[in-house]
Design a protein around this ligand. Sequence first.
Ligand SMILES: [Zn+2]
Length: 314
Amino acid sequence: MGRTALLAALACGMNLGADVRAQEAAPLAAVDTFTLKLPPAAAPVAGAEGSVQFIGTATVLVRYQGFTILTDPNFLHKGDHVHLGYGLTAERLTNPAIDLDKLPPIDLVVLSHMHEDHFDKLVQEKLDKNTPIATTREAAEALKRLGFTRAIGLSTWDRLEVEKGEARLRITAVPGRHGKAGMQALLPSVMGSVFDFGPNVATPAYRMYVSGDTLIYDDLKTIPQRFPGIDLALLHLGGTRILGVFKVTMDGKDGVRLMQIVQPRRAIPIHYDDYDVFKSPLSAFASEVKAAGLDKQVTYLAHGETYTFAPAKR
Ligand SMILES: [Zn+2]
């Protein structure tokens, strides 16, 4: 599809979108539960603290209770280009804080959607094909075609129960949508995710939410209903514009709105300055945060910086 046709399709979709109502969340009975058994850690897990290291774009290393999780792996460098479909490209403006071949051993990848700024060509080529990857059903099919043998496709509210020795982690796919309703056919499906650490489902030792590339829409309100008491939210911002016009990720104001919806104890903005299509700077989010009186609940990480956390007190 050329740019003119795409613009026409998007414009048409935008009109249609006004009449399309967000679908009701599936009843819990309809969800699938998958399991992933990982080999136990070679050494006992030291300390109760967890950490979140920001590598760049939406790439984060989460380490807690012996698990090492990598989100949305993007290891291209400044000046490299990604393809976003329909002939659209974007240029990377930053470098990842760690290179792909310098990563610690990864237990699993959680991928919000299949766009090259979240799972780039380098990662497609170099990431171990046996790495477990929890993602959308659509992305899991694409990953299988690329030779990844352990892609787990999740629909909204599906769960992945992860075991590693005595340690337990549950990952749940939660609503996320990359564009307005009518644009869905042109954009990949997206999932947010909730990580619940610890064996007790009702009182997780720590509850983390990753927004994925989503805009604000009604279904997001079901996340805090099913997952109250989120300890940490990672917010994909950037106010990404495709064709310079259509917003497909949250800008600063949306980021604050999402905080008000999911009510996390703390939030960390990510996915904010790495590509030339990211049009809403971090400073826009920071001023919205201030205006909303949420300063004390936000931690800002530069690329490479780490946030450490203790288990939640409940
Ligand atoms: Zn993105």
